[in-house]
Design a protein around this ligand. Sequence first.
Ligand SMILES: C[S@@+](CC[C@H](N)C(=O)[O-])C[C@H]1O[C@@H](n2cnc3c(N)ncnc32)[C@H](O)[C@@H]1O
Length: 289
Amino acid sequence: MQPRPPVVLERLRRKVLGPLFDRLGYDLVPAAPDWSHRPTSPREVERLLDAAARALEADLHAAGLAPREDIRALCETFWELIPTAPVRQRRGGSGFNGALQLYVAMRVLRPGFVVESGVFRGLTTWVIRQACPEVRLFCHDPDLSGLQYRDPEARYSRQDWSYADWSMLDPADTVAFFDDHVSQARRVVEAHVRGLTRLLFDDDAAAHRIHAHGGPAHPTIAMITALDGAPEPIRWTRNGRPFEQPAGDAEAQQAADLIARSHAFDDMHRATGYSPARLTYVELHGGGS
Ligand SMILES: C[S@@+](CC[C@H](N)C(=O)[O-])C[C@H]1O[C@@H](n2cnc3c(N)ncnc32)[C@H](O)[C@@H]1O
């Protein structure tokens, strides 16, 4: 189980620091991961796991992925595993639902190699390692200063993945996981050039929902696959900063042509009560430049 925040610090936050930050327009909250809150009565745990398994089974089927393991059993294993995660994060990285989806997707895809772009504190690296103990893992992030989990077997780099040498990869046995706030059209094109066909994306928001998203990368897979030649750009604002996805983006069009199939998983909030996930599986047409 995750440790509780120290009582003295918690008092200080509630009585002094919290109100001070509040007056300055900020929320000061403990970095308690969402899985530190959980049902404890057996019937409610069963219901949560049943609902999660049903949602995942439907998503895997829609994504064209055939599990070789029982999904309900995987959910149960994950339920026992996640409280032991060595990363504490409330914001800026995956929560329970995103971690569960990644765990199950990796178990189903069974890659020999994983490229992870966007590591942050290392939670998703840990999840991938739990799902695939033998996988060769390549972790890319320009800022590795916040790592709370460093995988002993992984290769870490601050370089963008697109500059690295991938001659050792077997593209057919590789899954790339992008959670890096970089244009998802760019990542699709880069993956195709390297012969990859199996991709997972976090933060795939639809055009009418991207405003609610922190640090948005665009175009997202949803924007790319919804391309209909509309002449109007997509515009939104976030914290007063304007964003625009131009119409007729050539890279987005190129990416759209490379995608054989994509499926955005259910956000799982209804199933588990935890904060919504945004995982999308993308299959590309046969790789190569
Ligand atoms: C949302 S966080 C990743 C969260 C992590 N996957 C998790 O769920 O625990 C996004 C990360 O992308 C990283 N990032 C930004 N530009 C990047 C790039 N070009 N390549 C790889 N990572 C990048 C940021 O430094 C940040 O750590």
